[in-house]
Design a protein around this ligand. Structure first.
Ligand code: SAH
Length: 393
């Protein structure tokens, strides 16, 4: 028997707005004894069916998969994934000779809460953030094989670091299909070597694709500093745009190696590129020169609301440091990928930084995540990437 989650009177209003989460405080009672990850049905206090989704232990108790009274079977997974695929097809990402990597499934943005699927050429990398999605990984892999047919040669599950630790799943990363372990992809015509087995996240930060194009646009003749460079995405675009020089900085030795490798892959060994393994704050202490274009793309400073205050201080400090190192008439690309920090808070932190650095600053562009990381209008929390491009006098 399927578990029934019965809501308190009046608590169905979030469902009227198609919000994809049910919080524990909205629940009157649970008929059944579900395990984390089970499919459960949600009913309102009048006894009407309202939704079906994955049961979770924690403040979010249900992540909704459907608002229709339909079974979550192979056919359902096939249709939902096909839906995500058709959108990427409409965006001209599924068969694009210039860009062979993209995000196929972006969690709530694709009505698949807790699931990420990234495509790297002929490999799909699955990342489950919930037990329910983790337990569904085989069926998801089977459905992907049907959609892509012979265009997929391997499917890698990389959920060990993202499934809830407390669930005690002892998840081990590995291939659900095939064993192709590494590949070179194209993004806007630039080559990147992706290692999904050992890389951060699914191996590459696909969410900066459009913003990297803008860096290319502004790089001509400039000395570029790319901090928090990871695999050197922005560095490669800077050189492609005709930068005079590019300096890539990351605290991870491995990241700096990857950045250098990707630069070499595109421009050979003679490129005007310097890769520095260093903490960014230490780098700014030792390196005193100015740059014509600086990119700040740090990891999320606030993963939770509780860390908000410190995170905003962190953004302010970092941005003040960078703004003070921008040559006259230079440009700053500054980002925050913290979900807990909203656009307004981020802007204020950056504006305070400009005041601390005593520089005249104007906003040229306000950036966000790309179209293959869509925002579900009923789940505005899904808008996580915020960026500003500033002209610094
Ligand atoms: N801009 C990258 C993604 C950045 S991910 C891209 O376009 O792909 C964040 C990176 O910051 C990681 O590679 C991590 O190793 C690095 N990092 C985290 N803290 C750091 C610090 N204090 N100093 C330098 N690098 C840091």
């Amino acid at each position: 028997m399927e578990t029934k989650i019965i809501l308190k009177r009046g608590k169905e209003s979030s469902l009227d707005r198609f919000h994809p989460w049910i919080f524990s405080g909205a629940i009157a009672r649970i008929d059944g004894n579900p395990n984390e990850g089970d499919i459960v049905a949600v009913y309102d206090s009048e006894g009407n069916f309202r939704a079906r989704g994955h049961y979770q232990i924690g403040s979010i108790t249900v992540r909704i998969l459907t608002f229709e009274d339909e079974p979550i079977d192979f056919n359902w997974w096939g249709l939902r994934l096909e839906n995500a695929y058709m959108m990427r097809k409409a965006l001209e990402l599924t068969n694009n000779p210039q860009t062979t990597c993209y995000r196929l499934v972006h969690g709530e943005g694709d009505l698949l809460p807790g699931l990420i699927v990234d495509i790297y050429g002929s490999t799909a990398v699955i990342q489950a953030h919930t037990v329910g999605m983790y337990l569904s990984r085989q069926i998801i892999a089977e459905a992907l094989k049907v959609i892509y047919e012979d265009r997929l040669i391997s499917i890698y599950d990389k959920s060990s670091a993202t499934v809830p630790f407390k669930a005690g799943l002892n998840a081990i990363d590995g291939y659900l299909y095939g064993s192709h372990s590494e590949g070179i992809v194209l993004e806007n015509g630039n080559k990147f070597a992706i290692d999904w087995e050992t890389g951060q996240k699914t191996g590459f930060f696909l969410d900066q694709r459009n913003n990297r194009q803008l860096v290319r646009h502004y790089s001509k003749g400039r000395n570029v500093l790319n901090t928090f460079c990871y695999t050197g995405g922005f560095s490669v675009y800077g050189l492609a745009g005709g930068a005079n020089s590019v300096t890539s900085v990351d605290s991870s030795e491995r990241a700096v190696e990857l950045a250098a490798k990707n630069v070499e892959l595109n421009f050979g060994t003679a490129a005007a590129h310097r890769a520095v393994a260093s903490d960014v704050f230490d780098f700014f202490k030792k390196d005193t020169q100015t740059y014509d274009l600086i990119i700040l793309d740090p990891p999320a400073f606030a993963k939770h609301q509780k860390a908000l205050g410190n995170a905003l201080q962190g953004y302010k400090r970092l941005n003040a440091r960078a703004i003070s190192r921008i040559a006259e008439g230079g440009i700053l690309f500054t980002f925050s990928c913290s979900q807990a920090v909203n656009r307004e808070q981020f802007r204020n932190a950056v504006f305070s930084a400009a005041a601390i650095a005593r520089r005249n600053v104007r906003i040229l562009h306000q950036l966000t995540q790309p179209e293959d990381h869509p925002i579900n209008i009923y789940h505005p929390e899904g808008e996580y990437l915020k960026g500003l491009v500033l002209y610094v006098e």
